[in-house]
Design a protein around this ligand. Sequence first.
Ligand SMILES: Nc1ncnc2c1ncn2[C@@H]1O[C@H](COP(=O)(O)OP(=O)(O)OP(=O)(O)O)[C@@H](O)[C@H]1O
Ligand SMILES: [Mg+2]
Length: 205
Amino acid sequence: MLDIKTSSYVAEGKHRACYIHPHNESLCVKVLLPSKTGGSQEEANRETKYYRFLEKKNVPWTMLPKFHGEVITNLGKGYVFDLVRDYDGNISRNLTHYLSNQQLTQNHAQALSVAFDLLNQYLLQWKIITLNIQARNLVFKQTSSDEGRLVIVDDVGNPELIPICNYIDFMATMKIKRKWQRFVSLLLKAYPDNKFLKSKFSVKN
Ligand SMILES: Nc1ncnc2c1ncn2[C@@H]1O[C@H](COP(=O)(O)OP(=O)(O)OP(=O)(O)O)[C@@H](O)[C@H]1O
Ligand SMILES: [Mg+2]
């Protein structure tokens, strides 16, 4: 059993908490929050299944953290992934962190702009299906002081009962384009004063 120390806590969302792996600083372990069971477990199973599917397709783990399997921990069942870190070793922060701070966004505007485009290309090239893309589920990995990538840490996979998009490329492409449009419009709504987003996605003032 893996003994996770509370001091290795990284962050949490609505369902899971993320900890640094006790034996490997480049991995993280995600465990369900104590109050969450049922639906969250189904979500986890869907994610695991979809990751297996991506492994078979040989998807490069550049904008998705690699999945390293399940482990039993003192905090319940855990899921091991690459822990996304910046070039200086700091754990990468999510996009919400960057977009909520006008100055921080401006400091990384050029890198963020390229990172948005790279992520869109990556999803389309590898036909990666996601649930709705949300800022809190993307981390911005600074690869140097002025370059970076957006990595999707949550909500990948196809929740459909018959996941036809997994097998028919043009349907996947359409779905990915729709998800991207929705992502952009939600960002513009969530951060109406963010100058970077306005100019990137060309909204007139
Ligand atoms: N592989 C990772 N590397 C670095 N940070 C991560 C990683 N995975 C998650 N995080 C951080 O932990 C936070 C919560 O993780 P995650 O989104 O997996 O939890 P969740 O409860 O499933 O989220 P949600 O509320 O969207 O359902 C993220 O917003 C991110 O800041
Ligand atoms: Mg999340």
